[in-house]
Every structure is written in structure tokens, then in C-alpha cells.
Design a protein around this ligand. Structure first.
Ligand code: AMP
Length: 572
């Protein structure tokens, strides 16, 4: 396809506002593609390289200004281009405002001397060459190539070329549009396109396979060792959200580090992809590749992760996990320390001496030749345990909120960030910030509440008070209280003994296991939510209250008031 035809389509799409019309126009664009279909599927989204690729053009806006200025003629400078941009705010419009081509016969560099029409495939090749230019002289080479392209461009072509190279396409075509357009252009189910995109992360390849091999071809696309997939993401949520929705939850420590996706193949990672075809022919022999959350290749910056994986993993696998920085005692360090390591390009060995990283793997997307994206959490975790002997996050599946509170307390004690709750039945959905993974939202503010009652424990705990009735203060005198919950979670056996000793002298009355306690003692309590509820006299109830400590320093008249509880409830 000529680049002019692509530019015409882009101009039309830019004028449309209804999603369905945009999808229709993209559908017809993709439908009329030839061998350039993969490129078109990317260009229309403003992408030059596949989504999985870390490759970039590696140019600043100045390169573009300079190339445009040169193509526009001897009396135009990069400063003039920049000044116009400051006026109109769109590099596309600026590029389209010049008359190019005057330099044709004069061009001494790059493809500036070529005055044939630009094609989509030709532009892609030139941009690939531009990306490849490295080292000394690369700036001039990149600008020459850009100049050559602009010099052959009509104003409309220049408009979209400039936007493409600066990643500012802005014609309203997102990933969903291309997904739907591929499905309708080649008459394949949207679900098959979606799944193929998840495993390959490559709109160009998916479009090609959809056209040439149809639904069966898409369904046969698999994860490739060495080609990153988008990470599954989490939403904030509460234990009650999780248990109400799923019945039980898979609970893990939430590590405070940086996300990594580890690819391993003892035979050497075969995949080298289109953009690195040279590496493929040379034979990419590395066994381990590590990608960051945004799929950047960070293998060289994290040698200890590579060594760890080489030492502990024997089968081909793709693992998802977190790397955490630790100090000499093995305690976690703030995650900024980890990020510093990720960015490190030189002197990696020295950086490693200062901050050592540990991998905690929490998911397994592929093991021993089998893709696991469609398997439930528990099964993926089992495979993870089976292939990796150490460095695996503990996973506990439970329907017990108290147990979850204990796991969280342990995680916090160990210096971690908190817990993650995962729907045990859920599959791995790359790139999704869905409701299947919840990062537990910690209670933001605690409450200091008066103990006004309790219950004796049972069995082994029969001689201790076990459950404590909590009340908020009404008025300032400290003699009127309304109940709003009971706390039994977060208390060790030792603490129960101490609390019993502390409260027993204040018992006012007793009825079976239940005791009425004079308001004397104040507990600091955490919780997930304050709900309106008829269960307690205040009209509110705490969800998942957790004992944090005794406020020895507070008397009942200093406890939190019902007014504050109401305010907090409103704020949620
Ligand atoms: P946030 O960055 O606050 O959106 O929280 C989600 C992030 O927590 C993920 O992207 C991971 O990097 C990180 N994380 C730490 N531990 C886990 C875990 N056990 N499961 C999933 N994500 C985790």
C-alpha cells in the first residue's frame, strides 16, 4: 500500500467520532492491505514496533524538527519548526504546513535522492534502519533517514509520518479498535483475536495470522519463550470484597519491589522476533531473559536473578514475580532501591554489591512446554512449586477472614507491603486490571474504642476473655457509649491472658459466657470498612475489626466519638 493511502485513511479516521465508524474504517484499511498488513496494524495505532518489543526509534523531538526543517528548504531552521509547533501544538500540522521535495536532486545523504512515492512497507524499513543506527554518528544518520522520508512526503503524508515517529498519532484508534477491526476484516471471532493478542502481544502478527490461517491459526498461537506478555494487574479491594464475591480467596504476601517476568529455556531462548531477526540468525543462546512490568528487557541489569533462575529452574518456563531489595540482614529495603537497580546500565556488579535483589515468584504462565494462562490460580501455583524449589511466594486458600488477618499481620511484621487476594478460580489475563486480583486496601485510619463487654473463650481459651465488645463515645462526659462491633482477631494467646487480667476487675455483670464491662479500657482497632447496621446500638458496624493494642494513655472520655465514626463512614 502506498503511504499516501494510509495517510488518507488516517485523515478520514481522525474526522470520525463514533467508535463503530472508526472500527469500520480501520476494518476496510486492514482488508485492503497486502504484505504490509502487520505494519499497517501497528501504524494505525501509532506504533512502529510490536508491543512486546523493547525497541524504540531512540530519537528526540529535535531530530524530527531538524529533518522537517531540512526537507522544507534552506531558509527554514529547526528553531522555526519548533516555533511553529509552539503556535499550533501538533507536530503533524506543522509538518503538513511545509512544501517538501525541493531538496530532491540535491540530497546527498540517506534516501533523500529517491523521489518515488513512499510505501507503507518502505517507511517501516526506513524506520527500522533508523532504530538500528547506534553509536557515534548515529544522530546524523537518524536525521538523514528522517529527512529522506519527509523529503518524499506530501503534506498529508508528512502529517502522519511526523506523528508516527514522535508517537503522537492521536487519531482515536486504540487497541480495542484494532482487535475488533481484525475480527471483522478477516471474519474471525473477537475472542480468538483477544486471546491471540494476549499470548503474542503483537497486533501485526495477529492480523496476519487471522487473514492467512483464520480462527484455527489464532487459536494455535502460543506463548513464546523470550517474548514478554503483559503483566496481569490488581485493583484495590478488601477482604470482604474477596470473600463475598468468591467464597474463598487465595492469599499471598504483597512484596514491595518491582515486577518481573522471567523467561527460561535451558536449551536457549529461541524466540528473537521480527525486530531482532539478526539475533535469531546468530542464534540467541541466552537461557534467561528478564522483563520489567512494561516489558523492557532488564536481563543485563539483574544478574543475580539470572543466576538464581539458572541454578533453580531446570525446565522451560515463564514465571511472574517480584524482585525485592534486601539489606545485609535479609530485611526488605524500599522499592526505590530496586528501581535504581533496574535502571542501571553500567557498573552493574558494583550496584549489586550495594543492593542485592531476591526474586519471589508468584505465578507460572508456562512450564515444560505447556501454556498455563487458562489454568486457575491454584493449579498455576502448584506448577510453580513443582518447577522452582525456592523463591516461591506462599499461597494459602481460605474462606476465613481471621486467617487472612493473621497472614497479613505476619506479612507486615516481616516488613512486606501487605497481602494480595486472588480469585482461586481465575485464569491469568495479561494486561488486565480486573477484579480477580485485589491488593488489600489497608484501613486508613484506626479507631480508639472503649471495651464495654466481652465473652469468655472456649476450650483451651475458656479461662480467658476472648471476644471484646467495642463502643464509641457519645458526648464528652465519658459516661455514654454505643456499641459498634466485636473484636477477636489479631490477639495472641499471651495478649489474651494480659487483656483478661486487665479487664476482669471491671466486670459489672455476667450472663453465661457474656460479661458486661465497665467502660475503663480503650483498644486501638483497625478495620476494613464501617457499615450502617442495625446489629449494634450505634447503628454502625465495623467490618473485620482487628485488635492493634491497648491505649494505656487514653481514658474512655478520650476515646473516639460516634461523630467521628459517622464522619469516617461517610468518607469511605
Ligand atoms: P500496585 O503496584 O500497588 O498496583 O500493586 C500491584 C503490584 O504488586 C503488582 O504489579 C506486583 O508488582 C506487586 N506484587 C507484589 N506481590 C505480589 C503478589 N503476590 N501477586 C501479585 N502482585 C504482587
Amino acid at each position: 500500500m502506498e503511504f499516501g493511502e494510509f495517510a488518507d485513511a488516517a485523515a478520514e479516521i481522525e474526522q470520525l467520532s463514533a467508535d463503530t465508524e472508526i472500527t469500520e474504517r480501520v476494518t476496510s484499511l486492514l482488508g485492503s492491505a497486502t504484505d504490509d498488513l502487520p505494519v499497517l496494524a501497528r501504524f494505525v495505532q501509532g506504533r512502529v514496533f510490536p508491543a512486546w518489543s523493547s525497541e524504540t526509534l531512540d530519537i528526540g523531538p529535535n531530530y524530527c524538527y531538524e529533518a522537517v526543517a531540512r526537507a522544507a528548504g534552506t531558509n527554514v531552521s529547526a528553531g522555526d519548526v519548533e516555533a511553529r509547533l509552539a503556535d499550533v501544538g501538533d507536530i503533524g500540522e506543522v509538518a503538513a504546513s511545509y512544501e517538501f521535495g525541493g531538496q530532491r536532486g540535491l540530497a546527498a545523504f540517506g534516501s533523500g535522492g529517491d523521489d518515488s512515492a513512499l510505501s507503507v512497507a518502505g517507511v517501516a524499513d526506513e524506520l527500522a534502519a533508523l532504530a538500528d543506527a547506534e553509536g557515534s554518528g548515529s544522530r546524523d544518520k537518524k536525521i538523514d533517514i528522517l529527512f529522506g522520508l519527509f523529503n518524499r512526503a506530501s503534506p498529508r503524508e508528512a502529517r502522519y509520518l511526523a506523528r508516527l515517529v514522535l508517537s503522537e498519532m492521536r487519531i482515536g484508534v486504540g487497541e480495542g479498535t484494532v482487535r475488533d477491526a481484525v475480527a471483522s476484516a478477516f471474519d474471525v471471532p473477537v475472542e480468538s483475536v483477544e486471546r491471540a493478542l494476549q499470548v503474542s502481544n503483537d497486533y501485526g502478527e495477529v492480523a496476519r495470522v487471522a487473514r492467512e490461517e483464520g480462527e484455527a491459526g489464532l487459536d494455535a498461537m502460543d506463548l513464546e519463550l523470550g517474548r514478554p506478555v503483559q503483566a496481569m494487574l490488581a485493583q484495590a479491594g478488601t477482604v470482604s470484597d474477596a470473600l463475598d464475591e468468591w467464597g474463598e480467596a487465595a492469599v499471598e504476601t504483597k512484596y514491595d519491589g518491582a515486577r518481573v517476568q522471567v523467561h527460561h529455556d535451558p536449551e536457549g531462548l529461541g524466540w528473537a522476533g521480527e525486530a531482532t531477526a539478526d539475533a535469531a540468525t546468530d542464534g540467541d543462546a541466552r537461557e534467561v531473559a528478564v522483563f520489567s512490568r512494561n516489558m523492557e528487557d532488564v536481563t543485563d541489569a539483574l544478574p543475580e536473578v539470572v543466576e538464581f533462575v539458572e541454578a533453580h529452574l531446570d525446565v522451560p518456563a515463564i514465571l511472574d514475580g517480584e524482585v525485592v531489595a534486601t539489606d545485609d540482614d535479609g530485611d526488605p529495603l524500599p522499592f526505590q532501591e530496586v528501581l535504581r537497580r533496574f535502571r542501571r546500565k553500567h557498573d552493574v556488579a558494583r550496584a549489586r554489591e550495594a543492593v542485592e535483589l531476591d526474586l519471589f515468584a508468584f505465578d507460572c504462565l508456562h512450564a515444560g512446554g505447556e501454556d498455563l494462562l487458562g489454568a486457575p490460580v491454584a493449579q498455576r501455583h502448584e506448577r510453580l512449586d513443582a518447577v522452582l524449589a525456592s523463591g516461591v511466594a506462599d499461597l494459602r486458600i481460605t474462606d476465613d477472614a481471621d486467617e487472612i488477618a493473621d497472614i497479613e499481620a505476619d506479612a507486615l511484621d516481616a516488613g512486606h507491603e501487605g497481602i494480595m487476594l486472588k480469585d482461586p478460580e481465575s485464569t491469568y489475563s495479561p494486561g488486565r486490571r480486573g477484579k480477580n486480583w485485589l491488593k488489600r486496601k489497608p484501613a486508613v485510619e484506626t479507631l480508639d474504642l472503649v471495651v464495654t463487654g466481652a465473652e469468655w473463650g472456649e476450650g483451651r481459651r475458656a479461662k480467658f476473655l476472648g471476644t471484646f465488645l467495642l463502643s464509641a463515645r457519645v458526648g464528652d462526659a465519658g459516661d455514654e457509649f454505643e456499641t459498634l462491633g466485636k473484636v477477636a482477631t489479631g490477639i495472641t494467646d499471651e495478649e489474651l491472658a494480659d487483656l483478661t487480667e486487665l479487664l476482669e476487675p471491671h466486670i459489672r455483670a455476667q450472663d453465661g459466657q457474656e460479661v458486661d464491662i465497665r467502660p475503663e479500657v480503650v483498644f486501638e482497632v483497625g478495620y476494613e470498612e464501617i457499615q450502617e447496621s442495625p446489629t449494634y446500638s450505634s447503628g454502625y458496624a465495623l467490618r473485620f475489626p482487628r485488635f492493634l493494642g491497648v491505649r494505656d494513655d487514653k481514658d474512655p472520655e478520650d476515646a473516639d466519638s460516634l461523630e467521628r465514626v459517622e464522619r469516617l463512614a461517610e468518607k469511605q
